[in-house]
Ligand binder design. Structure first.
Ligand code: ZN
Length: 675
């Protein structure tokens, strides 16, 4: 029994974990150890008599069964019996165990998971023998907490759910296209996830799964799996054989999904009971009726069929999330004869050619003709490593591991951007036009994405090229990701004029963080006269700026980890420096301020007093105001360039004209200095 309510959510968690394992940690200990705790739950009106000894023995029996079924890779250990819990109302669901007992099973170091089994007195109010959440940590047992009962078999089934597998069903399908199937839940009589559980009550317990389920439990090594993407004869070893170097499960992919599986389950050894129509209850002279279920087996697997629905099987009743053994009729023996031919949903066929418990079985796969190249959807690479620090977002940022080491981001490129009506054989990964990786059979190998480790700041352009088993190729469009060195925020800066706005400035820096240290460098001119810090503000006074020239400098921030802010460019336009009649600079042009005079005035001469004499320096004729403003007046244009500093005394002398007599202005002193 499985609780449907939480199944989807739990399954999702299991899928996430399996992706992680597929991509990375494979070298870990393959043996998975699980701890089992037991809590008796005395519902109102019931009494419980659960002992530690019986609990230990039941778990030991289930452990032996899993040890046998998974070749020692999944083991269970009884940890403790909790005191009886007395809920106020009847507790009938594994989903309520935590609420009524307050117990949360937490695995000890070295164990993969802890599972809490709640045991209630058998009641017809609960319509199950046992119940669990897919991938969960809680199991409810409806009584049967004794060794010589169906209890251990039920617990094995529920533990299958806890480990993420659904029911083993059966299916009756049409024999010609389109393939439409009817399913029967629990209908598979050869799996503990089907009806095997309540029939094969043996001591020691046998709780076996199909090889397909063993693969779901991740206990099959890679060489025990094969994929029939192409036509041919394929061999499979008996699911529970040892020493036959053949695959134990053969997948037939359709639409890039593992749609069917074939395996061989001869009724030999511990599987002998698979062929019997009656099974004895140990210890008493009583028999259970059984449906024989063995030999070569064809199963349907749960598929999504998103892009290739038309080539996937459809269901006339409902689709069950588990494997479905294809049978000829629901009431009939589940044994398919040698020579049997199955038509699969995409028009491929499978023929059971031979079966030998000692050497394996052979099936012939005839794939339907494939003329369709792979199809693509949008490629969506994404950075998966650290995205931000403190409050700074940083998708694709290169962060620091330490003071001297940058940590380049890792991108994940999902491979499902490319798919095929049958199966992708290889996916080539192209980065910046170069093929950097070829991934063979990504589906079979459980590789869902390509992990790209960047090593420098750059824009990385990705593309996938997929090739199917017919040799047809398609490539995705490109998609890019950019990585950059992480930078702290630049500070707020403010520039004000200094004491002399023509040659000085004040820069006020509001520090972005007290960890940040600033350096002002690359000054285009001038010098730092002072640096004053207070209240997170730094005030730089810069003097001696080159006149009439834009000032630039670079303000760089760096924090204690060595992150920089990329620098802030400081720009200042000093007030213009001009020569006047009073003040001038060596190398600057002095446009003599000659004033405006009445039209008809005579020529003007600039005179300088040298010693006691007035010396003519420059003479100009009257002209109209070049700016056109003073229409009724004239002016004089004179330009002087001083080559040395000094002090000059001038006057302006206007010659007499027809209209006016001559005139001399008052003297003025001009100081010429070095700029
Ligand atoms: Zn179940």
């Amino acid at each position: 029994m499985i609780r449907r309510g939480s199944a989807i959510k739990s399954l999702f968690i299991v899928i996430l974990i399996s992706i992680f394992l597929a991509n990375g940690a494979q070298a870990i200990d393959p043996i998975r150890q699980y701890q089992i705790d037991v809590v008796p739950i005395a519902n109102p009106g019931t009494t419980m008599n659960v002992t530690e000894e019986v609990s230990r023995q039941i778990i030991a029996q289930v452990d032996l069964a899993f040890n046998d079924a998974t070749d020692g890779q999944i083991r269970f250990t009884f940890r403790k019996l909790h005191p009886i819990s007395f809920p106020d109302t009847a507790t009938l669901s594994s989903g309520d165990i935590q609420k009524v007992t307050g117990l949360i099973p937490v695995a000890d170091p070295g164990f993969d998971k802890a599972i809490l089994v709640g045991v209630i007195a058998n009641t017809s109010a609960a319509k199950f023998g046992g119940e669990a959440i897919l991938g969960g940590n809680y199991i409810m047992m409806n009584g049967y907490w004794t060794l010589n009962s169906i209890g251990p078999g039920i617990l094995a089934h529920e533990l299958g759910h806890s480990l993420g597998i659904s029911h083993a069903n059966s299916a009756v399908c049409t024999t010609q296209l389109p393939i439409v199937c009817e399913q029967s839940e629990y209908g598979d009589f050869s799996s503990v996830m089907g009806t095997y559980t309540s029939k094969y009550v043996t001591n020691p317990l046998i709780s076996r799964f199909s090889a397909t389920e063993l693969d779901e439990l991740k206990v099959l090594p890679k060489e025990s799996k094969a994929i029939a993407a192409e036509s041919g004869d394929y061999k499979v070893a008996p699911a529970y054989s040892k020493g036959i170097s053949l695959p134990k499960v053969l997948y037939i992919p359709i639409g890039s999904e593992l749609t069917y599986s074939v395996e061989y389950r001869p009724a030999i050894g511990k599987d002998s009971g698979l062929s019997m129509s009656q099974l004895q209850v140990p210890g008493i002279n009583s028999f259970y009726p059984n449906t024989p279920s063995h030999g070569l087996q064809l199963r349907m697997l749960p598929t999504v069929g998103t892009q290739f629905k038309d080539s996937q099987p459809t269901f006339s009743n409902y689709k069950i999330n588990g494997t479905a053994l294809i049978v000829s009729a629901f009431k009939a023996d589940q044994v398919q004869p040698i020579g049997k031919v199955f038509t699969l949903s995409d028009g491929s066929t499978i023929t059971f050619l031979s079966g030998d418990p000692n050497t394996g079985a052979t099936v012939r796969v005839q794939r339907s003709l494939d003329k369709e190249p792979p199809i693509v959807s949008e490629l969506r690479p994404r950075w998966i490593t650290k995205q931000w620090i403190d409050y700074y977002p940083g998708r694709g940022n290169i962060f620091k591991n330490s003071l001297n080491e940058w940590d380049y981001p890792i991108a994940e490129i999902p491979l499902d951007a490319i798919t095929d009506n049958t199966l992708i054989k290889t996916i080539q990964v192209e980065v910046n036009g170069q093929i950097v990786e070829q991934i063979d059979q990504p589906m079979l190998n459980g590789i869902e994405s390509y992990t790209f480790k960047s090593t420098k700041p750059d824009t990385f352009t990705f593309r996938l090229i997929g090739t199917d088993y017919a040799g047809l190729s398609t490539s995705t469009t490109t998609a890019s990701l950019t990585s950059t060195y992480f930078q702290i925020r630049t500070p707020y800066t403010q520039i004000e004029s200094g004491k002399d706005p023509r040659t000085s400035l004040t820069l006020i820096v509001s520090s972005s963080s007290e960890k940040t240290k600033y350096v002002l460098e690359n000054l285009s001119s001038g010098k730092i006269a002072s640096i004053v810090e207070s209240n997170g503000e730094i005030e730089y006074t810069i003097t001696n700026l080159t006149r009439n020239q834009q000032f630039t400098a670079l303000l760089s921030g760096r924090d204690d980890l060595g992150y920089t802010d990329g620098g802030t460019e400081i720009i200042y336009e000093p007030d213009t420096t001009e020569c006047t009649n009073k003040q001038c600079y060596v190398g600057f042009q002095w446009n003599v301020d000659t004033g405006f005079w009445a039209t008809g005035a005579g020529n003007m001469t600039l005179q300088e007093r040298i010693g006691t004499k007035w010396i003519n320096i420059q003479t100009a004729k009257p002209v109209a105001d070049p700016k056109g403003a003073m229409k009724n007046y004239v002016t004089y244009l004179m330009k002087i360039n001083h080559k040395t500093p000094g002090k000059h005394i001038y006057r302006l002398s206007i010659a007499a004209s027809k209209k006016y007599s001559g005139q001399i202005t008052s003297t003025f002193t001009q100081v010429v200095s070095t700029p």
